[in-house]
Design a protein around this ligand. Structure first.
Ligand SMILES: [Zn+2]
Length: 225
């Protein structure tokens, strides 16, 4: 069941691997089906190079496995994904990676402030990437830890562990995962070149004022017939 969504989740997982967001079997990916509420999710312990849509598991919101071929079981971080869906009804895709720069900040339990405009695309009112408090991987405690942060933003660092991003579709969840890693790398480099001095923060009012340049005349966007 849900073959198209399974193919989509494989494609997103492969893109994440190809772009260096996740490596060596770490990272897991899920998409929720709007109609049934079921979730297609990557299996535990299968590298992206061998991953096909046959390997993708289907679960319900209570972690009951509805479909999995022999030898395949959902990622051990399934509860993390299900928690995101439970707390954000509009969320339809979730990504969890250990991308390196972001995870470095997760390891030192340091949230990433709003230093560049991409921060505004991560759903948080202040452009901050928060840190969810430590929970052991694979446990309901880890899943519980994202409740506060993911209510406020589409991305969170997981203390001493990695990153989660959520969105209304898988492409956006992947884009947000890229933004998180890019912002984390920029923040790291900014701290390095300034001897650890915190960079300037972009205020929420400044984010709010961004608009597409109104002086550009977009004739193809006319509403006239
Ligand atoms: Zn992990």
């Amino acid at each position: 069941m849900l073959e198209e969504l399974k193919k989509e989740v494989v494609a997103i997982a492969r893109q994440a691997e190809a772009s260096g967001l996740c490596r060596h079997k770490s990272g897991n990916f899920s998409i929720r089906d709007e109609k049934t509420g079921y979730v297609v999710v990557t299996p535990a312990g299968v590298g992206r190079e061998e991953l096909t849509y046959y390997d993708i598991c289907v679960v319900d919101g209570k972690a009951n496995v509805l479909e999995a071929i022999p030898g395949r079981k959902p990622t051990s971080e399934l509860l993390l994904h299900l928690k995101a869906y439970a707390i954000r009804p509009e969320v339809m895709a979730g990504l969890h990676t250990h991308s390196r720069f972001a995870t470095a900040f997760a390891v030192v339990n340091k949230e990433i402030p709003a230093i560049v405009y991409e921060g505004a695309a991560l759903g948080g009112a202040e452009g901050i990437i928060p840190v969810a408090p430590y929970g052991r991987p694979g446990t309901s405690a880890l899943a519980e830890s994202i409740t506060g942060p993911i209510k406020k933003a589409d991305a969170a660092l997981l203390e001493s562990h990695g990153v989660i991003t959520v969105a209304e579709n898988a492409k956006d969840a992947l884009l947000k995962a890229h933004y998180v890693e890019e912002i984390a790398e920029i923040y790291y480099r900014a701290l390095m070149i300034s001897g650890g001095k915190e960079p300037a923060i972009i205020a929420p009012e400044e984010f709010a004022q961004w608009q597409y340049p109104p002086e550009f005349k977009l004739h193809n966007h006319t509403t006239k017939a």
